[in-house]
Design a protein around this ligand. Structure first.
Ligand code: GDP
Length: 165
């Protein structure tokens, strides 16, 4: 199964994945082209499953790559920064892109699961997006949930990964 992490540049995609995969956080901003991590996880039914986590470019220079990532994914984290409205607008755009490109193709057994992730929860005083606003957005989509995280303070990261896996 492939979990693809999408979102505008600087929202914390690499930090979320690094927190989960490596257990670390860094303040240094390192733009990503595409990094992929493989894990074997044990599911609640006891079976082991290969999971590939793909951290994608937050920029628009590579639309073909983004399209490929979307087509090959079973699940998505669509990440924005709760203190940055532009990143939320971009996340909404990505949700529509995912819906348009997956749309009719997903079968029930391979349905596309999407988590909208509001990261940088620790920056609560600078919040620009309310939870109501996010609920309005996800209610338009099937199989979509909203979760708030802080990669910096390690809030909800394992919960988000465990739930989606
Ligand atoms: P990406 O471009 O989406 O992969 O973003 P990065 O993971 O590279 O993070 C961009 C910047 O935001 C870095 O300086 C991170 O240290 C910072 N950052 C990431 N997550 C958080 C968070 O939860 N809270 C705060 N305050 N900063 C964060």
């Amino acid at each position: 199964y492939r979990l693809v992490v999408l979102g505008a540049g600087g929202v914390g995609k690499t930090s979320l994945v690094a927190r989960h995969v490596l257990g670390e956080f860094t303040e240094v901003y390192r733009p990503t082209l595409e990094d992929s991590y493989r894990q074997v996880v044990q599911l609640p039914d006891g079976l082991f499953q290969n999971i590939e986590i793909v951290d994608t470019a937050g920029y628009h220079q590579f639309p073909a790559m983004q399209q490929l990532s979307i087509q090959s994914a079973n699940a998505f984290f669509v990440v924005f920064d709760i203190s940055n409205r532009q990143s939320f607008d971009h996340a909404k755009h990505l949700l529509h892109v995912i819906r348009c490109s997956k749309g009719e193709r997903s079968t029930p057994s391979r349905a596309t699961l999407i988590f909208l992730v509001g990261n940088k929860k620790d920056l609560a005083e600078q919040r620009q997006i309310s939870e109501e606003e996010t609920n309005d957005v996800i209610s338009e989509f099937d199989d979509c949930r909203y979760i708030e995280t802080s990669a910096k303070e390690n809030v909800n990261i394992e919960h988000a990964f465990n739930e989606i896996i």
